[in-house]
Design a binder for this molecule. Structure first.
Ligand code: ZN
Length: 456
């Protein structure tokens, strides 16, 4: 017998032997059902193309709530309901404009967008000299003498040495999160932040910044990475470069909105709840396909698959579509508050908010014995491309449950392309692969099945 034939025989024997494991059989049926008949991709198409951007407080956010209530009903959830929450309501207004005046001859338009929750410039805009910093330390070193009455350009690229791009995002993100408040402390007129993007292109990527109440609130925008590179080069040649910025955004009083919830009641321990979710709101610039329409439709797919395969969970399965993750996290906060007040037994919460790319693993935020239990299931996932079960942050919405002692997990898809489109206009339906999206839902459903069977 040739060696390769023996190898194939061994493989066949192994897969037959493993197929006798009932969990493996169940997970295989989950995979076959979702890959063949999953509705997540169609639901995502509806969210992206029939509704589009869904920033909290917008008409589209309300439409997304109504649409996903229907999707959960279609999926067969036993109960579908809305959980009230007050959400941040910020509007961009007409698109922003910015020009760089490099010297007397050269005026160039810059691709910018206001950062979320920022104030507008005065109606006439702001024009001032620009000073570039490449770290927060450099900003502090310049101080009042170097910053007062200038526009600060915070140019901190995402570090390409991080293979896990969320680490680069987190590290460079300090400029966006805290830069405007710190520049205001030294008398800056406005701030331009290099977009948190891993590629060089012309899309500005928005995201929230946090003001500090001790300092003035100044206008803050993101500039595309291509323009950031260009501007940095010009400033070395022409330090007297000036920039004009005009933004038109406005923050309103918090507005009433909802998290959308669908449940399948557990057959043996219905009081024990296992949740799975993503966030329904998205930035106003994009269709919010990868961030985070994908996570929402995957959570709905979990319900759909359980019902269609007649998988009867011992514990209650709950899909939660959180509102306001992007610029307030008030849906996640309201969800945790409700769980705390009503003393819900929320034993596990899984979040998918890292894109609908090929799933690679789960990030686990739980105690050691729970982690050991989840890791003992890991061989069941290998066939579906998921190998990494690592300790880490689960997600910003479920993160509010940490203090209640809920075991948390986040789906970890491949992260290489996520920050090419995160919070930018190119985060559209076409950027999502149907197979990758569905495979994520397969692994999420498998995880929910195992926790519903065995607890944690
Ligand atoms: Zn997100």
């Amino acid at each position: 017998m040739k060696l390769y034939k023996l190898f194939i025989l061994v493989l066949c024997f192994c897969s037959t032997a493993q197929a006798q494991n009932p969990d493996e059989k169940t997970i295989q049926s989950i995979s076959e059902y979702i890959m063949m008949q999953g509705t997540a991709y169609d639901n995502l198409h509806y969210l992206c193309k029939n509704i589009g951007p869904r920033l909290s407080g917008s008409v589209q956010a309300d439409k997304a709530i109504a649409a996903t209530v229907n999707m959960l009903k279609q999926a067969g959830a036993d109960t579908v309901y809305l959980q009230p929450c007050m959400v941040t309501h910020w509007e961009r207004g007409p698109r922003e404009t910015a020009y760089a005046y490099v010297n007397a001859k050269q005026k160039r338009q810059l691709n910018i967008c206001a950062l979320g929750n920022t104030v507008a410039t005065p109606a006439a805009g702001i024009k001032a000299r620009v000073v570039e910093v490449k770290s927060m330390q450099a900003l502090h070193d310049l101080g009042i003498a170097g910053i007062q009455n200038k526009i600060v350009f915070i140019n901190i690229p995402m570090d390409p040495r991080y293979i896990e791009t969320f680490l680069a995002y987190s590290e460079s993100g300090i400029g966006r999160r805290a830069g405007p408040a710190q520049a205001a402390k030294y008398g800056a007129k406005a701030v331009i932040v290099r977009s948190l993007a891993s590629n060089i292109d012309t899309f500005p990527h928005t995201g929230v910044t946090q003001y500090n109440d001790s300092f003035p609130k100044i206008a803050a925008v993101a500039v595309s990475t291509a323009d950031a590179e260009w501007l940095s080069t010009q400033l070395t040649k022409y330090p007297a470069t000036e920039i004009y910025i005009k933004t038109n955004c406005k923050i309103f009083a918090d507005k009433a909105s909802f998290n959308v919830i669908g449940e399948i009641r557990g057959t043996e321990m219905p009081e024990q709840i296992i949740s799975v979710g993503g966030h329904l709101d998205s930035w106003d610039l994009a269709e919010g396909a990868q961030d985070d329409g994908a996570g929402c439709v995957q959570a709905i797919e979990v319900i759909h698959c359980f019902k269609k395969l007649n998988l009867q969970p011992k514990r209650t399965i709950r899909a939660v579509l959180f509102m306001n993750e992007e610029n307030g996290s008030k849906g996640g906060i309201a969800y945790a508050q409700h769980a705390e007040i009503t003393k819900e037994q929320l034993i596990f919460a899984l979040e998918s908010d890292a894109g609908g790319f090929t799933p690679r693993g789960f990030s686990l935020q739980m105690n050691e014995s729970q982690m050991a239990k989840v890791k003992s299931w890991s061989p069941l996932f290998y066939k579906y491309g998921v190998y990494h079960f690592v300790s880490g942050h689960a997600g910003s919405d479920v993160g509010h449950l940490h203090k209640l002692g809920t075991a948390l997990a986040g789906l970890m898809p491949d992260s290489q392309r996520y920050f090419d489109l995160h919070h930018a206009a190119n985060d559209v339906f076409e950027a999502v692969s149907k197979r990758e999206l569905l495979l994520g839902a397969v692994n999420m459903t498998a995880m929910l099945w195992l926790v519903s069977e065995y607890g944690l």
